[in-house]
Write a protein that binds this ligand. Structure first.
Ligand code: NDP
Length: 410
């Protein structure tokens, strides 16, 4: 992240980017301004940036999710082994939060005729509220990480305020059984994103009296992606975010503001630029999504299964590389083709979410472009970690599985 300077500019720049996406792509126009014309971007009046009800809705949504998380429903599982030799316990019940919030949304919209397009009309106020909440949470997380009992993340403990605030000092901040990072990673932002999409669908209906097939595709694809992540909630416990990174501004902002308000760009774009796809375009996009999902899900499940039980019938015959660290690395199946097959599947899905917006504007492809950069950067970070964890064994592994993402290309 280019050290403290990079962390400082990202802490300021990421919120600006979320606002910028709205300013560049809204109901009036959707275009990237050349640098010299940047000052000509018309800023909306100040009152569009703040609405007390938007803030109340964001806080209410967060609190409602906390309550669902705390309901003793669903099984509890143990996380990865921590540096201090302990394992934390996590409650797995995010799918219930997804189902319950969908039921409440449908009842509120269909039965009580709640005007859910409020979020479309006051989008900037919601962005401000989410950004504000993520700053409040990050300041709290930073302050509490100085307790003597806090287990710190190795990467977020440099002593530089800007860097540590951004990366996150404490590995697993908790109040009793409530785990801040685990909670924020999958619930308020991810489920909120799907609901924002439905609000956009309702706004398209109100504005044009019709819902385009592209809008339906985007809503279904993205809700499916979120539902899948929640269905396999336990799998997040072995990801970098939970097992390695501290909980600071990077993740708090990402979870609460970035994900819901930039990932919903395609649905918001389609409200103002409805696009009716032909059957062949529809079929092609669905095929891309299905292929991407298959690669994403089967490669993630293969590794998960192998990490949980290497003798399971589905993975026991795979070729593996024993390491001095004790764990083995898969050399066949998806993980023998390239070093991050799961990222490839994820990227194919990302593209299938942007294509329904057509080719008139580049900004609806923001998610795909940003995600490619994020995953390449993440892959480099993960390789660094693995080199640290596995030493020479990682070099041997890279000599056998040569390609990082796309065989023959990268
Ligand atoms: P991975 O799930 O790819 O995990 C990487 C870890 O897997 C490594 O550190 C290593 O850990 C282990 N590993 C690597 N190679 C092998 C091998 N050959 N055999 C066995 N184990 C191996 O990383 P992420 O946490 O980054 O991603 C998880 C999923 O989340 C991905 O599908 C990604 O696309 C998705 N994602 C989505 C985001 C979004 O915003 N939509 C953001 C980030 C990720 P060890 O050996 O210690 O087990």
């Amino acid at each position: 992240f280019m050290g403290p300077v990079g962390a400082f500019f990202m802490t300021l720049g990421l919120p600006v980017a979320v606002f910028g996406l709205y300013l560049f792509c809204n109901k009036d126009s959707c275009q990237i301004y050349p640098l010299k014309r940047l000052l000509q971007v018309k800023l909306p009046p100040c009152d569009q940036f703040w609405h007390p009800l938007a803030f109340l809705i964001c806080v209410g949504w967060f609190v409602a999710n906390v309550i669902i998380y705390l309901i003793p429903l669903g099984r509890t599982v143990q996380g990865s082994l921590l540096r201090d030799g302990t394992k934390l316990t996590y409650r797995i019940n995010a799918v219930y939060a997804f189902i319950l919030s969908h039921i409440v949304f449908v009842v509120a919209y269909c039965y009580y005729k709640l005007s859910v397009s409020f979020i479309y009309h006051h989008y900037l106020s919601f962005v401000t509220s989410a950004v504000l909440l993520s700053f409040i949470l990050s300041i709290y997380l930073y302050a509490r990480s100085f307790r003597s009992s806090a287990l710190l993340a190795l990467g977020g403990n440099s002593g530089n305020f800007f860097y540590d605030f951004f990366i996150g000092r404490e590995l697993n901040p908790r109040i009793g059984a409530f785990d801040w990072k685990f909670f924020c990673e999958l619930r308020p932002g991810l489920i909120g994103w799907t609901l924002i999409n439905y609000c956009m669908l309702a706004a398209q209906w109100e504005k044009h009296g019709v819902v385009s097939n592209s809008m339906i595709l985007v809503c279904v694809f993205q809700a499916w992606y979120v539902f899948d992540a929640l269905l396999f909630e336990e799998a997040i416990l072995t990801t970098m975010d939970i097992a390695h990174d501290g909980f600071g501004f990077m993740l708090a902002f990402g979870d609460l503001a970035w994900v819901p308000f930039t990932y919903s760009l395609q649905a918001r774009y389609l409200v103002d630029h409805p696009n009716h796809l032909s059957w062949w375009a529809l079929a092609g996009i669905v095929a891309l999504k299905l292929c991407g999902y298959y690669i994403f899900r089967s490669s993630n499940s293969q590794k998960d299964q192998f990490r949980r039980d290497p003798f399971h019938p589905s993975v026991k015959n795979f070729k593996t590389l024993p390491t001095k660290r004790g764990t083995r690395l898969l050399l066949s199946g998806w993980w023998g083709i390239c070093r991050h097959p799961n990222y490839v599947g994820d990227l194919m899905m990302a593209l299938s979410w942007c294509l329904p917006c057509g080719f008139n504007h580049v900004l609806p492809y923001f998610y795909f472009i940003y995600f490619a950069v994020l995953l390449i950067h993440r892959q480099l970070r993960d390789e660094d970690n693995c080199r640290g964890k596995y030493g020479d064994d990682w070099t041997r592994y890279c000599n056998i599985v040569k390609w990082r993402l796309l065989p023959g290309i990268y």
